[in-house]
Design a protein around this ligand. Structure first.
Ligand SMILES: Cc1ncc(COP(=O)(O)O)c(C=O)c1O
Length: 496
């Protein structure tokens, strides 16, 4: 079914509905209570009305995407290549990217604040990455033998993250999977602790309590229950993953005592970035390291998102806590497929000796290593971070002023290249607080920005925007102007 700008509204609405049930489930719009108790149902109906208008405009602007999506549904499961590319009201097919901009198949240009779910620190077609990759393409793209670039990358990561030994993977999922295996290999124990609401990729051990909904039995904040995050995750595996609440040191202490001598380690995003942005309270990460050490267990930071985006040495350096293992992916590869695992000498001795076989045909692929070296040497530089800090300041001041001026029940959270507006009147400290944030506001924000030339990451309140070293003042000003328009409309609706 081809949908274009001339399609009558009822057909367009029906087309929306085709994909809506799945998307509603994934976004969780219907499950969230939000700040409804403060706002009142009439005002939320007003927000729903604004969403409807913006979704219509969204679809009208993208007839080619709609057509490709309809065609894709017959050959790509769900019409996309990853379930998180399903966006509401429809997926957006991209034709190309250059610098800070991307262009969709309908020819609409956007300032890219999506950053490919946090991989876009370099922006698009960064000259250093283009040069490195082009050179390597001409010299062969795969040998399954080590290269000099891999050595340089390992040396540079060791310097930045304070962990001496590294290996490479092809994704964040592979990195955290190896990290979990390693924690088990080193300690000879099976149990793992993870944090409710943290996403660490789609392998079994960490597909537990990623985004449990209020309509499931999820236990209490002090004692969350482990829930499989998807179908296909065996109950036996889920039972090996114990769940704790972010910022709850006592919860981890309780688990370590209850399961004394059986916990291999804990995996955690040091700054939660799959629930907006949730900062650790002072002492939490240090406390975890001490507690785990006392119990002979290991600490793994999943820095797949925070990695180079929050600073040159990730959250590890920014927050001053060095774990036993760090996982990287996304932005470290400059847009190419890569991941990395760094560890202490003691941990990585199990890899070096072959006790834990960390393998993969494409690990340390020369194309990925060339791009990663270019990122470390020419993108994620002091100058790059200074530029990002200046742009972030240029964005924060007026966005905060808009929130204030239009009386939004919201606050801005940002760190390094990442930021988000959270629709809550106080800081979110964990996944349970996050569940109370009403996703409607973030969905409307994504639509308003999108329809006015700024491509935010989809998935509403879950994701963050991302600045790259190629963004400029004009890009930020466009976002700020759009935000003010959004804030004015929402403010007006809430006061009506
Ligand atoms: C914190 C975190 N860890 C791991 C992953 C998995 O990475 P990948 O999608 O490259 O497998 C993600 C992906 O979003 C992530 O956000």
């Amino acid at each position: 079914m081809a949908i274009d700008g001339r399609t009558p509204a009822p057909a367009r609405a029906a087309a929306h509905e085709e994909s809506r049930p799945a998307i509603d489930h994934l976004i969780g719009i219907d499950h969230l209570i939000g700040i409804d108790h403060l706002i009142g149902i009439d005002h939320l109906i007003g927000i729903d009305h604004l969403i409807e208008q913006e979704e219509e405009r969204f679809v009208d602007r993208q007839p080619q995407s709609r057509e490709l999506y309809s065609r894709a549904l017959t050959s790509l499961a769900g019409g996309v290549t990853s379930s998180w590319q399903i966006t509401r009201p429809q997926p957006v097919f991209i034709a190309r990217g250059q610098g800070s901009k991307i262009v969709d198949v309908d020819g609409n240009e956007y300032v890219d604040f999506h950053g490919g779910y946090g991989a876009g620190l370099a922006g698009h077609a960064h000259p250093a990455v283009v040069e490195a990759v082009s050179r390597q393409v001409r010299n062969g793209t795969h040998f399954a033998q080590p290269s000099e670039d891999a050595v340089v990358v390992a040396e540079l990561l060791a310097e930045r993250f304070g962990l001496p030994l590294w290996r490479f993977t092809n994704s964040g999922t592979e990195a955290t999977m190896d990290a979990v295996h390693l924690m088990r290999a080193v300690t000879g124990r099976d149990l793992l602790v993870k944090v409710e609401g943290c996403y660490h990729g789609h392998h079994d051990s960490v597909q537990v309590s990623v985004a449990p909904h209020g309509d499931e039995e999820i236990g209490t904040v002090g004692c969350p229950l482990g829930r499989p995050a998807s179908s296909g995750i065996p109950a036996a595996t889920t039972a090996l993953t114990l769940v704790s609440t972010f910022n709850d040191l006592e919860g981890v202490r309780r688990l370590l005592e209850e399961h004394r001598g059986r916990i291999a380690g804990m995996i955690i995003e040091p700054i939660m970035m799959n629930a907006g942005i949730v900062q650790p309270v002072p002492g939490y990460l240090e406390g975890l390291k001490t507690l785990l050490q006392e119990h002979g267990a290991l600490l793994c930071f999943d820095e797949v998102k925070t990695g180079l985006t929050v600073g040159p040495g990730g959250a590890t350096r920014l927050l001053g806590v060095t774990p036993d293992i760090v996982c990287l992916a996304k932005s470290v590869g400059g847009g190419l497929v890569t991941g990395a695992v760094g560890g202490t000498r003691e941990v990585m001795a199990h890899v070096a000796s072959g006790d834990y076989e960390m393998v993969g045909t494409f690990n340390g692929n020369p194309l990925s290593m060339a791009a990663t070296r270019a990122v470390l040497e020419e993108v994620a530089t002091d100058a790059g971070y200074e530029r990002i800090a200046a742009l972030r300041a240029r964005l924060e001041v007026p966005v905060n002023a808009s929130i204030e001026r239009h009386g939004l029940p919201a606050h801005l959270v940002s760190v390094g290249a990442k930021g988000c507006v959270t629709f809550a009147d106080s800081p979110v400290r964990n996944y349970r607080d996050f569940l109370l944030v009403d996703d409607r506001f973030n969905h409307l924000h994504w639509l308003v920005q999108h329809n006015r030339g700024v491509f935010l990451p989809p998935w509403g309140k879950t994701e963050q925007w991302m600045l790259s070293v190629q963004h400029d003042e004009g890009d930020v000003d466009r976002f700020v102007d759009n935000f003010d328009q959004f804030a004015a409309e929402v403010g007006c609706t809430l006061r009506a």
